[in-house]
Design a binder for this molecule. Structure first.
Ligand code: DGL
Length: 275
């Protein structure tokens, strides 16, 4: 097991072809999984959706950290060589504890405040995220580092994750929530909006339709995939396989349509295992 006593320098070569673990509170991290699979097509991937416990956005940091430790333990039992926390809320709550506990590369993610500040023409950016992310110390530090020269308008999007968990991307309820949550950002003049939750890229087109083509929407899935690749390279952990890799899905969702929702978001038929 890869706990703190584990030393990656002495890692035997066959670790290279072990899978990478990716998890989220639910199905949102599949938006990140797509970027990872596109950039690293020879890496076997294991995706865990903690949907039974979604959303994380209204849970305490302690509760989220507990869930993350359990999921990482599960992934390590599946022999992963690296873990991607494909969830802004979980990263904000638990990344330090996870890195202190496990000694394999653990890649987290945070709202794209820096690229948004760079992309904004009028100096006003909006951040759509969960309440948990927005009130975290990590997010405060992010604003301190990269939000100083722009006006940052934040909006917690209560209920939106639940719609996406149900696979409802275009329903009147989803659209009404998006209208409600983007209105204050538009009213403040934001020309750039950060999708600060991995569920939101699945409604990116709906958001774009509502806010208008002139607003730039930014998420971090592609950047996280690149960061994962860098970490694998630095640790000598890139796969040596030439095969197109396996992508396996696991969920503890109790919803009858869990597989359909995953297939809808992933874009093809898959086997979904029960966690
Ligand atoms: N996908 C998540 C994020 O990036 C989690 C949302 C939630 O469960 O509230 O923040």
């Amino acid at each position: 097991m890869h706990y703190k006593s584990f030393n990656p320098v002495s890692m035997p070569a066959n670790f290279n072809n072990d899978p990478i673990g990716i998890f989220d509170s639910g199905v949102g991290g599949i938006s990140v999984l797509k970027h990872i699979h596109a950039l690293l097509p020879h890496e076997d991937l294991i995706y865990l959706a903690d949907s039974k416990y979604a959303p994380y956005g209204n849970k305490t940091a302690q509760e989220i950290t507990q869930r993350c430790l359990i999921l990482c333990d599960d992934l390590l039992q599946k022999n992963v060589k690296a873990i991607v926390v494909a969830c802004n809320t979980a990263t904000a709550a638990a990344i330090d504890t996870l890195r202190d506990t496990f000694d394999i590369p653990i890649i987290g993610m945070e709202p794209a405040v820096k690229p948004a500040a760079e992309a904004s023409k009028n100096g006003v950016i909006g951040v759509l995220a969960t309440v948990g992310t927005l009130k975290s110390a990590q997010f405060a530090a992010l604003l301190e580092s990269y939000g100083r020269n722009v006006k940052v308008v934040t909006q917690g999007c209560v209920g939106l994750v639940e719609c996406i968990e149900r696979g409802e991307l275009h329903t009147p309820e989803t659209k009404a929530l998006i209208r409600q949550y983007t209105a204050p950002l538009l009213a403040e003049g934001a020309d750039t909006m950060v999708l600060g939750c991995t569920h939101y890229p699945f409604v990116k087109e709906v958001i774009q339709d509502i806010v208008g083509e002139e607003i730039t929407l930014i998420d971090t899935g592609a950047a996280v995939a690149k960061q994962l690749k860098r970490q694998l390279e630095e640790n000598g952990l890139l796969s040596t396989s030439k095969e197109i890799a396996d992508v396996r899905f696991w969920t503890n969702s109790e919803a009858e349509n869990a597989r359909q929702v995953i297939e809808k978001l992933w874009g093809k038929q898959v086997d979904v295992h029960r966690l």
